[in-house]
Ligand binder design. Structure first.
Ligand code: ZN
Ligand code: ZN
Length: 243
């Protein structure tokens, strides 16, 4: 392991079990974390990350999306994307719950109305009005489902951008070329995904060199919502990653 500037800290003993801490402040013996690299940008707690099927990695305290800690501190742009991803995820879940509720109430009112209509057989106009009234929550459910899908796409886009920016940050911190295997180890992802992220970084570097530092777009990673990304060049002065 390395001991570099930034969030890395010197090896100390774990105050919980006395085991030794790695450069980032993680105790291999009991799993406790002490280094600032482990501070969650969303909840502010010093907490480890764990794998998650939707978020790749999530905070063990707040459950929000996280990028695994590394010797180079996470950038503000990444934090903003992670916050956006969490907010969009909340909205998507809220709309999905609302849609389910509206759909259920629509079905229930349709059932009750049908029973009442069978029992009372009112005028045709009244029957139609009652049935149309039952369809209002159905329309609301449809609207909510669409909103949920839209927020879900924005969530995915923000999350992909955060990971792309993380790959760009680690790539820029290295004086030589960062390999997929090295990136995979730093970001705790498989090599195929690291390769994909590196490819995106290369494409963006090429576009940046060609078009200048106006605005970069990350179409592949941005997904359908096409969020444009300010060309936030990773500050190379953060210092190269030592091996
Ligand atoms: Zn420990
Ligand atoms: Zn957290």
């Amino acid at each position: 392991m390395t001991s570099t500037a930034g969030v890395a800290r010197q090896s100390e003993a774990c105050s919980a079990c006395g085991g030794s801490l790695d450069a980032l402040g993680h105790c291999a013996k009991c799993g406790a974390v002490f280094g600032e690299a482990y501070r969650c940008p969303l909840c502010g707690a010093l907490a480890d990350v764990e794998r998650d099927s939707r978020l790749y990695y999530r905070c063990r305290v707040c459950g929000g999306p996280r990028i695994p800690p590394s010797p180079i501190p996470i950038s503000e742009a990444e934090v903003q994307r992670l916050k956006a991803a969490r907010s969009e995820q909340f909205k998507a879940v809220a709309f999905r719950v609302g849609a389910g509720f509206a759909l259920a109430s629509s079905a229930l009112s349709l059932l009750v109305t049908s029973l009442v209509l069978v029992a009372t057989t009112p005028a045709l106009f009244a029957q139609l009005a009652a049935l149309i009234a039952c369809l209002v929550p159905c329309a609301l459910a449809l609207f909510a489902f669409r909103q949920a899908r839209s927020h879900s796409r924005s969530f995915h886009a923000a999350l992909q951008q955060a990971w792309f920016l993380a790959a760009a940050r680690l790539s820029a911190s290295r004086s030589g070329r960062l390999t997929a295997a090295e990136l995979a180890e730093l970001l705790r992802v498989d090599e195929a995904r690291a390769e994909l992220l590196l490819a995106e970084v290369s494409v963006q570097d090429f576009v940046y060199a060609e078009s200048g530092p106006e605005r970069l777009r990350v179409p592949e990673l941005a997904g359908p919502s096409e969020v444009s990304v300010e060309a936030e060049r990773i500050d190379a002065t953060a210092g190269p990653l030592k091996q």
